[in-house]
Write a protein that binds this ligand. Sequence first.
Ligand code: 1HN
Length: 321
Amino acid sequence: MDTRDLESQREDFYRRIEPSHLAPLWTRLKSLVPAQPMPVGVAHRWRYADVRPLLLESADHISAREAERRVLILENPGLRGTSQITSTLFAGLQLIMPGEVAPAHRHTQSALRFIIEGSGAHTTVDGEKVIMEPGDFVITPAWRWHEHGNESGGPMVWLDGLDIPLLMHFNSTFREDDAARKPPESQYDGLIHFPYERARETLFALARSGAPDSHLGHVLRYQDPKRGGWAMPTIASMIRILPKGFATRPYRSSDSMVFAAVEGRGTLEVGGTKFDLAPHDVAVVPGWMPYTLQASEDWVVFSFSDRSAQEKLGFFRDERL
Ligand code: 1HN
């Protein structure tokens, strides 16, 4: 049989199996199982100076109570309409004004908060109150009742990170609202509040004590002190300091990274683009794209990714270039 006949007989075969909801794997195998990660989304930076006035304006349009959560979603420009910053994570900037309450609810998605601006507002987790200060890292574990309130005199802004797209893949999302509130079945026994004061002290002590890792800088991982390992089951969070003048060697990992600049200034370089990052700017780097961080001042950077889930499932990879 010549190849034209072979090809047309194959095409005919594919058409005949289609009504039985069957398809050939061999035409799709290499796209289903690529040799390495295909980029999902694009690298992007949100300047806080641009976003802040819009976030504050959102308070003219809706209250925290009516919105339930007054959040502007940081949507990856390569993933429009998905509410995703990466293929597995949601990120947004949440605003709560003085006197406002964001009512209690619980969901199977886990949330992290990294405090950007303001001082003294609170979040509660199963009734345990956490007062939030800039640079603090706060966790709302899955299925824990949580609400936010602002009894301070000024607006309070934080970066939210949730594993929403990840749970969407598992189709295991549940939510209950305040009206259905019951006493919690158990008490969460992990750490939920990591104050910046302690992280900052440790970072600057590290920076004084020796040379930074060539690809990462001086890194602290937020850990669960009881069980060890990452503080959250799905999301891995870190904070690092890059001494003034230091530049990392190119590095890539299979987890797409969300960065939030904290103090000082520097540049994230990814895919030939340089993103200067001022304090409170947020950036995203798709998985497996090599990137570098260059510090023009002593530079503190917070980051989170789905690495905690990838490690547990056994497919996390990284490469030092
Ligand atoms: C949520 O519950 C919070 O509790 C923040 O602060 C962001 C984004 C989507 C769905 C639920 C919060 C959220 C969210």
